[in-house]
Design a protein around this ligand. Sequence first.
Ligand SMILES: [Zn+2]
Length: 284
Amino acid sequence: MSGGVRLVCVLAAVAVLGAIAAPVPSALAQPPRTGPATPSTAQDVAALRLPSEGGAAVTDGKGGSDGAPGPKAGGKGTATGHPDCSKLKCVALTMDDGPVANTSKVLDLLRKKKVHATFFVLGQNARLHPGLVRRMLAEGHAVGNHSWNHPQFWKMSRAAIARQLDRTDALLKRITGKKPRLVRPPYGEVDARVRRIATAGGQSLVLWDVDPDDWRDHDADLVVRRVLHHARRGSIILTHDVWPTTRHAYARIIDGLEERGFTLVTVPQLLGSKAKPGRVFLRQ
Ligand SMILES: [Zn+2]
């Protein structure tokens, strides 16, 4: 889908306000068609800014931020050694729905390329591959909560949504010792309930502004082209490492972004101190 069409979708969602305009793909076999957030209150809409060049994140809430893992070696780091995204053209590559066994190949590639990514994992998959989750953090990547088994939150009660997120948080804490500070709701469905849960849990909500539709179009060339065409400074790029075609695209995505002058960072690095509980990010 083009950026323009996606923008129209977001505008439509905003116009509809409380109406929850969610398509109904079946869970994991058919990952989301949904674009960014579906705000459900006037307050949400007021807070939600559409992606735009130089635009800031969407915000409300208050609180701390996540720690950021180490960066790729480069000249424009901060005193802490992290890349300085106020000077660099930073983008965050995110990978959803795993881990699966072949996520290890993605980790191999990221290590070889010396770049870091952010994995939004499902609890049910993290339970099967706890070693991969530990490896993600050990190798400098960020890990976020993508629910337990990818349900459609708009169909669920607030308590059921909270259970999906809490169960995954608890598992990730058991595996890694740390509760994740980032949440990406399945299908990017954010409403007032999700924001309240995230705020109470001290977590930021991370959506995206670049969507190559890799879940639908299993075509590595197309996925590479779409990412490189739409990526801008501050972009949060949505991909799904569960698909072989997407995994095949990563090397060219990374090379192409770097050739265009981008620095790949984790979401915590990209957001820096703006990553606060209840905030919703489409890009930085
Ligand atoms: Zn997903």
